[in-house]
Write a protein that binds this ligand. Structure first.
Ligand SMILES: Nc1ncnc2c1ncn2[C@@H]1O[C@H](COP(=O)(O)OP(=O)(O)OP(=O)(O)O)[C@@H](O)[C@H]1O
Ligand SMILES: [Mg+2]
Length: 623
């Protein structure tokens, strides 16, 4: 219980922080909640008042009505009594008066309804706003986390955090209403009961501590089951996401049955967990009612044994006692719901608390990449386990085009990842124009680099927007000019819709080479002083590649370019060729020198151009 209580308090405090911008509406909602809580009693009071007035005081003879407290001045007491008497006189004399007074009952009920509506509406408004703010905050936070976070996290699970927020939203909307209404209702009914029959009230309350037992047991059960069912739900989203995005492979390898079976198995555990949640939420209520009924029986036994019995008063009292149960039930349900949402909230706040390991410096140094040298100064790096780069020392002069070559997995892409500061080096430093990248604002650094990534990344949007995201604000003419340079304009015009054609998720409606050309157009549009081309032309046929290469050569002019290629034909004219092997620079030099050296470059070159075609060398490349 202690753990739960701490959690609930912490939860409410966080909630309050999130609600803060909407304090005005929140407090107004709370105010209407208090009124709603007192509403039932107001209805009862009105009914009693109306009965007294219309049917005469004798109708209420047995009820121990609360008397006007003695501190009220005698003159007011007398006036009140007179007012009441004159009202009942009128009512008993004329039916019109009587009916008018009876009309008070629906009027009060209507008022109570309006107040209850405002209560739920305002608090619902606050809950929705608050959780939408939370969604936006979480999304922004996640988006700014470093790449290493995303390589470690599962996309499906990250997306299912949205579901966690929905749980939170429902709970906040319900909990705010219950949390305010229920205690007020309980207190007002208790006040009524005490004023009617104080001794009986005490007796009937004896049973309440017993109710705490089922509440505590079931809230713990509920919390565990709900934590499990939310994990299962995350697993379900992951399976779905993967099977929809990887649908081609699933179809090609006839994996439908296997995947569906996996999904159904996850669904089974999810279902049984969820049923456990339902049992844990719904069991305490009836149990409490049962204990309450025993309490009422006890009360009747007491009355049976006492001489002075009054049935009308007793009926009102029993009514009040029974009215205590719904709010108590609501509170216990809320308690178990809040503890069930513990997992969801915990996950959300944990994510929000994920520290960003790549933060902007407090006082960023301005960066001018144009005409500046890039320097990898004794850089070593690992992704968390094995070393991937060892003591890399490399200087790229401004305007130079250098080529990174080497076997697959040798660390070429990793080196460019460090230049874009997707990661920080484990040892050493990467500098542009003598400035350590860690001293530069990330936005400024990345705005000066255009990159064509090895895996082409396209958004489910139009062709135009996919290119234009290279430089937000670019004009239609500039987008088209970039597309022409990348030899993409022609195939774009062949598409129905041209530049406005939607390319589908990850560009499914395009061929590999077309996607690559869009990615190149995007980099051309960016017009940045540093250009990183990671296998930029690997999916193009020789003819198109040659044409794109001409465009790229034009683009490289005056820019510092780092070009990665498996096809050595594309890098022969580089100013400097850097050969990587197993994370180490093994050779550097120009094409002819490296060939003459007879080392790894020579070997790779021979594999591609003279021997039988390996995976890197289609036959037509053999010269
Ligand atoms: N996110 C990552 N987490 C852990 N290890 C990684 C990660 N990315 C790459 N690696 C490892 O780092 C090494 C270098 O990878 P890198 O992508 O730099 O190779 P590459 O030279 O670009 O290869 P390729 O020519 O196939 O593109 C590889 O051994 C790879 O397994
Ligand atoms: Mg690579």
């Amino acid at each position: 219980m202690g753990h739960n209580r701490d959690y609930v308090i912490k939860f409410l405090r966080k909630l309050w922080e999130l609600n803060r911008p909407y304090k005005g509406r929140f407090l107004l909602g709370v105010f209407f909640g208090v009124l709603t809580g007192m509403g039932q009693m107001a209805v009862l009071g009105t009914v009693l008042f109306v009965i007294g007035v219309v049917f005469g005081k004798t109708a209420l003879a047995g009820v121990h009505l609360p008397t006007v407290p003695s501190w009220v001045p005698a003159s007011i007491q007398a006036n009140l009594g007179e007012f009441y008497n004159s009202m009942s006189d009128h009512a008993s004399r004329s039916h019109v008066w009587g009916i008018a007074i009876l009309g008070l009952i629906p009027l009060v009920v209507l008022l109570r309804g309006v107040v209850a509506y405002l209560n739920s509406y305002l608090l619902g408004w606050v809950a929705t706003r608050t959780t939408c703010d939370l969604r936006a905050k979480l999304f922004e936070h996640l988006l700014n986390l470093p790449l290493s976070f995303f390589t470690g996290a599962s996309t499906g699970e990250l997306i299912s955090r949205n579901n966690d927020i929905s749980i939170l939203q429902n709970m906040i909307a319900v909990s705010l209403v219950t949390l305010i209404q229920a205690p007020v209702t309980i207190i007002t009914w208790l006040a009524v009961m005490v004023s009617l029959e104080s001794k009986l009230t005490l007796i009937s309350l004896v049973v309440f501590p017993i109710c705490a037992i089922p509440i505590s047991i079931y809230s713990r059960k509920g919390r565990l089951a709900s934590a499990n069912s939310q994990t299962e739900q995350a697993a379900l989203s992951r399976v779905m996401l993967e099977s929809f995005t990887g649908n081609r492979i699933i179809k090609a390898y006839n994996l439908e049955g296997v995947v569906v079976d996996q999904f159904k198995a996850s669904l089974n555990t999810f279902r049984s967990n969820f049923m456990r949640v339902i049992r844990a939420t719904e069991t305490p209520g009836p149990l409490i009612e049962f204990v309450g009924a025993i309490g009422i029986c006890g009360m009747f036994v007491y009355l049976m044994l006492s001489p002075d019995q009054n049935f009308f008063g007793l009926a009102v009292f029993t009514g009040a006692l029974l009215s205590l149960y719904p709010p108590i039930k609501a509170l216990t349900r809320l308690y178990s719901q809040v503890t069930q949402a513990e997992g969801a909230t915990q996950r959300i706040f944990d994510l929000l608390a994920t520290p960003n390991t790549l933060i902007d410096p407090a006082k960023p140094v301005p960066l001018r990449a144009a005409g500046a040298e890039i320097h990898f100064d004794n850089v070593s790096f690992d992704y968390g386990s094995k070393m991937v780069l060892h003591n890399i020392n490399l200087k790229v002069n401004p305007g130079q085009m250098i080529a990174l070559v080497g076997p697959t997995g040798s660390g070429k892409t990793t080196l460019t990842n460090l230049l874009l500061r997707f990661y920080d080096p484990t040892a050493g430093a990467v500098r542009i124009g003598g400035v350590d990248l860690r001293e530069v604002a990330l936005l400024e650094l990345r705005s000066q680099i255009a990159v064509v990534t090895q895996d082409v990344i396209l958004f489910n949007d139009t062709i135009r927007n996919n290119i234009a995201c290279g430089r937000p604000g670019a004009s239609a003419g500039e987008v088209e000019a970039a597309a022409r340079h990348a030899h993409a304009h022609e195939f774009i015009m062949d598409k129905a819709g041209g530049y406005e054609a939607e390319i589908g998720e990850k560009g499914v409606t395009l061929s590999g080479g077309q996607k690559q050309r869009l990615s190149i157009a995007r980099a051309i549009l960016r017009n940045a002083p540093i250009l990183v081309l990671d296998e930029a032309t690997s999916s193009l046929d020789n003819e198109v590649e040659r044409a794109v290469q001409v465009a790229l050569d034009g683009l490289m002019e005056g820019r510092t370019t780092i070009c990665i290629a498996h096809r050595l034909s594309t890098v022969q004219h580089a100013d400097l060729i850097v050969v990587l092997d197993n994370g180490r620079i093994v050779e550097t030099g120009r094409h002819a020198d490296l060939l003459a050296l007879g080392g790894l470059y020579h070997k790779l070159y021979n594999l591609q151009f003279h021997q039988s075609p390996g995976e890197n060398g289609p036959p037509h490349e053999i010269t």
